[in-house]
Design a protein around this ligand. Structure first.
Ligand code: AHM
Ligand code: MG
Length: 361
């Protein structure tokens, strides 16, 4: 939930009053709500809030716009290719996931409220703003998940979670303290989200008060509310899994998958949809319902997805939207991470699918 310990008194902005303002013309027949306005509106529910949390989130939205701009131009620029190659101008090429990581680190480390950053692209967490009493947040992210899909113009995404730093940390650069701050279970998440760079760029986030989606309007450079209060349907029509691994799934996952294929889950006839880019597969699952699975396989005995910055944000959003996310029999958000890059199996979906999944254990 929102941080609200500081003291800037503001007159709450009455968004609902704006809704009753007569339209200026046919074009603007409903009010436009940008993600920044939305964050401010949410924040004003907590009088005395300092605004630092919304400034932190604005670092993520700025980075997302910069990454989206490069993703859309990927085939045109020298940004495609192996990191370390030299392009025709004699410059070292940036692989897109390295670029995305640099952008997020840059946009977040200049926010004074950020204490620790952890990324899929960095082995260790980065401690920033040592000693600042305002540095109270930990941000973990996968800058560009599914980046191998870029080469074939398939959607990719960014995932992130925001956690509160342990107040007892003395805000020095002690590596152990920063690591401890990162290794918190998902139950401690205060906000999480993803950005899908697809046919449109969409930011979906939750700060514990509903899941909301904002589509990037490239004409005005702003994320505009497009999906208010997303609720995952109790039952959907799609299952999403890499079926080529199914022979090596654990018995419970195999049994569940068989039931889905045979139309034995709520008598639903399911269709298979698998992009192979987690954020896209989860985005569809959130909006259309169904189930997404990445169980243990022969090549990835703990599953493939990373707990701290991939599975946890997804689990947080799916739960906030009324669904469930399990790692075997355990709730994903209850797992206490032992290392930053540890993997976890995950099955996430709507009520009906997850009840059927539970019954297979
Ligand atoms: P990455 O972090 O190396 O990009 O891998 C994660 C991606 C996910 O986006 C996706 O769900 C999964 O790998 C697909 O794996 P597979 O090709 O085994 O189905
Ligand atoms: Mg990844």
């Amino acid at each position: 939930m929102w941080e609200h310990t500081h003291t800037t008194e503001t007159t709450p902005f009455d968004w609902h009053r704006l809704k009753s303002v007569p339209p200026m013309n046919d074009f603007l027949d409903h009010p436009i709500l940008t993600v920044q306005q939305h964050i401010l509106r949410e924040q004003q529910k907590f009088p005395g809030s300092s605004g630092e949390f919304s400034f932190l989130l604005s670092g993520i939205t700025l980075a997302a716009k910069m990454i989206a701009a490069q993703v859309q131009r990927a085939g045109l620029t020298d940004i495609l290719g192996t990191h370390g190659d030299i392009n025709v101008q004699g410059e070292v090429q940036q692989k897109l996931d390295v670029y995305a990581n640099k952008v997020l680190l840059h946009c977040l480390r200049i926010r004074e409220s950020v204490a620790v950053l952890a990324s899929e692209e960095n082995e260790q967490p980065l401690t920033v703003h040592n000693g600042s009493p305002n540095a109270r947040y930990v941000v973990v992210f996968d800058p560009l998940d599914g980046s191998s899909n870029i080469d074939v113009a398939v959607s990719v995404g960014t995932t992130f979670c925001i956690l509160r730093r342990d107040p007892s940390s003395d805000q020095t650069s002690d590596e152990e303290e920063s690591l401890r701050d990162v290794l918190q279970p998902g139950t401690k998440i205060i906000a999480a989200g993803y950005v899908v760079y697809g046919s449109s760029t969409i930011l979906v986030y939750s700060a514990g008060n509903g899941v909301h989606g904002f589509t990037l309007d490239p004409a005005i450079g702003a994320f505009v509310m497009s999906h208010e209060n997303i609720r995952i349907p109790d039952q959907g029509k799609y299952y999403s899994v890499n079926e080529s691994h199914s022979d090596s799934f654990p018995p419970s996952d195999k049994q569940f998958l068989q039931q889905v294929r045979q139309g034995k889950v709520g008598n639903q006839i399911y269709a298979s949809r698998y992009v192979g880019s987690m954020v896209s597969d989860i985005h569809r699952t959130l909006l259309k319902g169904g189930v997404f699975m990445y169980p243990p396989t022969a090549s990835h005995s703990d599953g493939k997805l990373r707990l701290v910055y991939e599975a946890n944000p997804i689990a947080f959003l799916v739960e906030q939207a009324g669904g469930e996310a399990l790692s075997g029999k355990i709730r994903v958000l209850d797992i206490v991470p032992e290392s930053i890059h540890q993997r976890t199996p995950i099955v996430a979906g709507g009520k009906v699918e997850m009840e059927a999944y539970r019954a297979c254990w």
